[in-house]
Design a protein around this ligand. Structure first.
Ligand code: SF4
Ligand code: SF4
Length: 170
């Protein structure tokens, strides 16, 4: 095809590429993008911090509770934190619009505070088990399970041991 003919054909056909950054472009469904954290689902197990090869996740003890920080600048978007977060407190979104000027690097952080409540047995501050985790761990909840979820690990162990010695089942 001659160059003039090709030129006219392309002019009539219009652009073959997406108009990004002046318009939308394609985002694959499985894309692993900006991470969202939902403190109300977090049980404070810190597994995400442990598995994060990029060292992007840090927890900090504060008066308000356990503070979660995720630095998107250090994140490799491997998805391990989401994979290992049983209660689903970490979710990878499809948002890949993370380009930013250098001076905004300290704003590329996802944060949240996991509140502690007093244990119903000994009053020690603890993160209660979340409804979602109970839903995933047990086929169905009941009053005994819900009551255990409001106890710290020590009180849970003691109550379970008492129930076992009495021959009671949950
Ligand atoms: S975000 Fe998930 S994995 Fe991380 S501490 Fe919370 S519950 Fe555990
Ligand atoms: S996606 Fe990977 S690198 Fe990013 S915070 Fe999660 S575990 Fe760390």
């Amino acid at each position: 095809m001659g160059i003039v003919k090709l030129l006219f054909r392309n002019l009539l056909k219009g652009p073959s590429t997406d108009p990004f950054p002046f318009g939308d472009t394609f985002t694959p469904k499985a894309l692993r993008g900006r991470i969202e954290f939902d403190a109300s689902r977090c049980t404070g197990c810190r597994m995400c911090e442990y598995v994060c090869a990029g060292g992007a996740i840090r927890f900090q003890e504060t008066d308000a509770g356990l503070k979660f920080h995720l630095w998107h600048n250090s994140c490799a978007f491997c998805g391990l934190c989401e994979h290992y977060c049983v209660p689903g407190a970490i979710r990878m979104t499809q948002d890949w619009h993370l380009a930013h000027p250098q001076q905004e690097k300290y704003t590329m952080v996802e944060q949240g505070v996991v509140r502690r409540l007093p244990c119903e047995g000994c009053q020690v501050a603890m993160v209660p088990t979340t409804e979602r985790l109970i839903g995933r761990a047990y086929a169905g909840s009941n009053a005994a399970i819900e009551s255990l979820s409001r106890l710290c690990p020590d009180c849970r162990r003691q109550r379970s041991a008492r129930q076992l010695t009495k021959g009671e089942l949950l």
